[in-house]
Design a protein around this ligand. Structure first.
Ligand SMILES: Nc1ncnc2c1ncn2[C@@H]1O[C@H](COP(=O)(O)OP(=O)(O)OP(=O)(O)O)[C@@H](O)[C@H]1O
Length: 586
């Protein structure tokens, strides 16, 4: 199925359903004339002649046509249900893909786009667009009313226009408050999601009452806004309903008046009432269902804009062969997604194949941002990060993913088994997964879980500690023998055994000559032991990056430390000045 890219594509998808629904609507509305015509005929042909066969014939025809009416009405509902299903099938993927593939798209925006899709689907399933399709038939029923008698037509038209006026007033009065209420509601939802996520911190620090109070205030604001936005609708809805009853009386009264004067038959009184009722029913529905209708239209537009802003989906490019593990930065400008200023000064450096690079820098210096850019998760502001001549930002992410292993700073695993997570949900031979776990030295750890590699993680499954998650995340990064391994603080949560394991893996790799290694590794770390296993050290200091051989770096560190007792154990970020030290003047 082709990917939905914009509102135009969405409209094209819906067009056949609208056409089918319009045809059913035509049938429904024309067949609705059966009752008024039947009434007229009964009064004109049966009551005046007393002919039973005519009554039976007329009743038979009416019942037959009303059965068709029933099928037309059901058919229309079915078309809308099918449209809802088609919309879900075609849009659910692109909606999420747009959010997940665009680093600038916020989490809330992604969730709200998914909620918009649900809103539109729900409205279709309820057959809400039927109201819109019935609206154009209102003039048709008024015309028939005019044919029955011009005075009846005039009363009906006047009443319908007043109802339209009420509908427009309703729309004017509710448009802004409804939008504001929607925003307040989504703010309350975001706060709620944060509260649930932060449960541990909230309980641990006794913030429950204050956090709850904050959320209740936001929620109260949202429900006040919703209540206020609904007020004009509620009032105008009730006014429309009672006004409609008054109009019904007016039509019946006018019909009776005309019948007394002999201008219409008695059957016309009832026929006029039915016709008028049908003419104004869609207007009435539009007024009363305005809130839902307008939020559906808003959701539809929002969804179109969301998909339209996304990167155009192309047909998947031809998969490329394994790249040379040569990592190059060409005037690379790292930035935060959506920002228009670089976070770091342009980086221009090339790491030969197989280098192990330790990335150092103080907190907030930009290590994670650089690694996200290197892994291709964040696009650079300018310049490029390349692996084997391939620009990470332009390389198709599925293809790129086969050659990159990335351990993010905060490891989140997806719902599924440990095996599936390490295999990145790929269908693969178990040996490849075991090999990755052995490289991360977590094979035994995984075997100690209740169901080993089949242990389910995530909601309702086994809960993994931060260290266990990091170990499984490491195995996932090593899976498939990637050409580039990007590790963000890989030892931050590991216990001594797992750290030793990782060091062994890196040390084994570092013992090989770089040209014999199949991968390049870049890792942000504060751990001096990992730095010791690296070939190069890349230091971020005051927004600039500098690359020096590890031995030079360590020499510089020991020079600085000489004479001072080491208080930092293995944790040594050591973003020392790489310039020569000024002579110590005391
Ligand atoms: N998604 C984001 N939106 C806005 N600012 C961000 C985002 N991510 C990072 N930053 C900012 O960019 C700067 C660099 O952050 P980054 O996480 O890259 O630093 P770091 O060196 O990895 O820090 P640490 O060692 O504490 O993990 C920080 O000032 C941070 O506040």
């Amino acid at each position: 199925m082709t990917e939905m890219r914009s509102q135009r594509d969405m409209r094209a998808l819906m067009r056949p359903y609208w056409r089918a629904a319009a045809l059913f609507s035509l049938a429904v509305n024309i067949l609705f004339l059966v009752s008024p015509i039947y009434m007229l005929q009964v009064y004109d042909r049966v009551l005046t002649t007393g002919s039973m066969p005519t009554l039976i014939l007329l009743s038979g025809i009416a019942v037959f046509l009303l059965v068709i009416y029933l099928f037309a009405e059901a058919g229309r509902k079915r078309v809308f249900s099918r449209a809802a299903e088609a919309l879900g099938t075609s849009l659910a993927g692109p909606t999420l893909r747009r959010g997940l593939s665009d680093p600038a798209a916020g989490r809330t925006q992604t969730l709200s786009a998914a909620a918009q899709l649900n809103t539109v689907q729900g409205a279709l399933q309820q057959g809400l667009p039927g109201t819109i399709l019935d609206l154009p038939f209102s003039p048709f029923f008024l015309l028939v009313l005019f044919i029955v008698h011009p005075v009846l037509g005039a009363v009906g038209l006047g009443g319908a226009l007043l109802l339209v006026g009420l509908a427009l007033l309703n729309q004017r009065m509710t448009e802004r408050p409804l939008a504001e209420a929607g925003q307040a509601e989504s703010a309350a939802q975001t706060e709620l999601a944060q509260l649930v996520r932060q449960q541990g911190a909230i309980l641990g620090m006794g913030m429950l009452d204050r956090a709850l109070g904050r959320w209740l205030a936001i929620r109260a604001q949202a429900s006040d806004a919703s209540l206020e936005a609904g007020l004009p609708s509620t009032f105008l809805g009730a006014a429309t309903r009672s006004f409609r009853l008054v109009l019904q009386v007016a039509v019946l009264g006018t019909g009776a008046f005309l019948a007394v004067r002999g201008e219409v038959s008695a059957g016309a009184i009832i026929a006029a009432s039915i016709l008028f009722g049908r003419a104004v029913a869609p207007i009435d529905q539009a007024v009363n269902g305005w809130k839902q209708l307008s939020s559906t239209i808003e959701a539809w537009r929002g969804l179109g804009a969301w998909l339209g802003e996304g990167h155009a989906e192309q047909t998947p490019p031809t998969p490329l062969p394994r790249p040379e593990p040569v990592l190059e930065f060409e005037e690379l400008q790292v930035t935060i997604p959506g920002a228009d200023k670089p976070l770091l000064a342009p980086i221009d450096h090339s790491f030969e194949a197989g280098r192990i690079v330790a990335l150092l820098g103080s907190s907030g210096s930009g290590k994670t941002s650089l690694l996200q850019t290197v892994a291709g998760a964040w696009p650079p502001l300018d310049g490029a990060a390349r692996l084997g001549k391939r620009d990470m930002a332009r390389w198709d992410s599925s293809d790129r993913g086969r050659y990159i292993g990335y351990l993010p700073q905060h490891v989140e695993l997806l719902r599924g088994s440990i095996f599936e997570n390490i295999a990145r949900f790929e269908d693969t031979a178990p040996e490849r997964v075991f090999a990755a776990a052995r490289l991360a030295h977590c094979h035994d750890l995984i075997l100690s879980f209740p169901e080993g590699y089949d242990t389910k993680i995530g909601e309702g499954g086994h809960f993994l500690s931060a260290g266990e998650r990091q170990a499984v995340g490491l195995a996932r990064a090593f899976f498939g023998n990637p050409a580039l391994i990007v590790l963000d603080e890989p030892t931050a949560h590991l216990d001594a055994d797992l750290v030793r394991g990782l060091l062994t893996t890196i040390a084994e790799l570092s013992r090989k000559r770089p040209e014999d290694r199949q991968q390049t590794i870049i890792m942000a770390t504060h751990d001096i032991r990992l730095i010791g296993a690296a070939d190069d050290v890349m230091v971020i200091r005051e927004r600039t990056t500098q690359v020096i051989p590890r031995s030079d770096y360590l020499d510089r560190v020991s020079e600085l430390r000489r004479g001072k007792p080491s208080s930092e154990g293995t944790s040594t970020p050591l973003t020392v000045s790489l310039k020569r030290r000024e002579p110590d003047n005391g």
